[in-house]
Design a protein around this ligand. Structure first.
Ligand code: PCA
Length: 201
């Protein structure tokens, strides 16, 4: 089985992005029966979706697991749904800040994740890793790439399962913030290793 695993570069003034750290660590691991390909996406509206389209065309994966940072979350959060709206709270790294614009004009309002999100939460929880399904991926880059990939799969009828998982801050990011949740680097890496194994079953 081939899985494309993606993360994002840092944004919003943060020195690192947990999704980039996790993707790079997983990229060095060996999996039995799973061929993991990785890509780090720019936090820039059109470049991010372009990079994803290229990676999917190149790798022809069986599954796409996209990761991103959600700094306010305390848990690893498989997302349930992607919605057809770009409404950026802050400009992306390319300076774009669309307000209330469709990602795909005339596209459907939303797509559900086709990753086994209940199973992922159960596996992580069983491994003592805080996890919960999230019902909103926001309206920034993460929701955008999630929607974009689901639309590509549906419109081209591709045999690919796909979804998005948000990660909390790493401890190093929360140290200078008051009462800010975070998870250890090793815990986040293990969460995604277990998620890949669960998806490959
Ligand atoms: N998180 C942002 C975009 C990049 C990232 O890692 C988001 O949640 O949309």
């Amino acid at each position: 089985m081939k899985i494309l695993l993606t993360g994002f570069e840092p944004f919003g003034g943060e020195p690192v992005n947990p999704s980039q750290v996790v993707v790079q660590a997983i990229g060095h691991m060996m999996f039995e029966n799973v061929n993991v390909m990785t890509a780090i996406l720019p936090v820039s509206r059109f470049e991010a979706t372009q990079a994803l389209s290229v990676a999917i065309a190149q790798f022809e994966p069986d599954a796409v697991m996209m990761l991103g940072e959600a700094g306010t979350r305390a848990r690893v959060s498989p997302e349930r749904v992607a919605i057809n709206v770009d409404d950026f709270r802050i400009p992306d790294n390319g300076g774009h800040q669309p307000q209330n614009e469709p990602i795909v004009p005339d596209g459907p309002a939303a797509y559900f994740s086709t990753l086994p999100i209940q199973k992922l939460v159960a596996r992580l929880t069983a491994a003592d890793i805080p996890a919960a399904i999230s019902n909103s991926a926001g309206t920034y880059l993460c929701n955008r790439v999630f929607y974009w990939v689901m639309h590509l799969i549906h419109s081209q009828n591709l045999p690919i399962r796909a979804g998005f998982i948000h990660l909390p801050y790493l401890h190093e990011q929360s140290l200078n913030k008051r009462d800010c949740p975070s998870l250890a680097r090793a815990t986040q890496i293990e969460a995604i290793r277990l998620s890949i194994l669960a998806c490959a079953e």
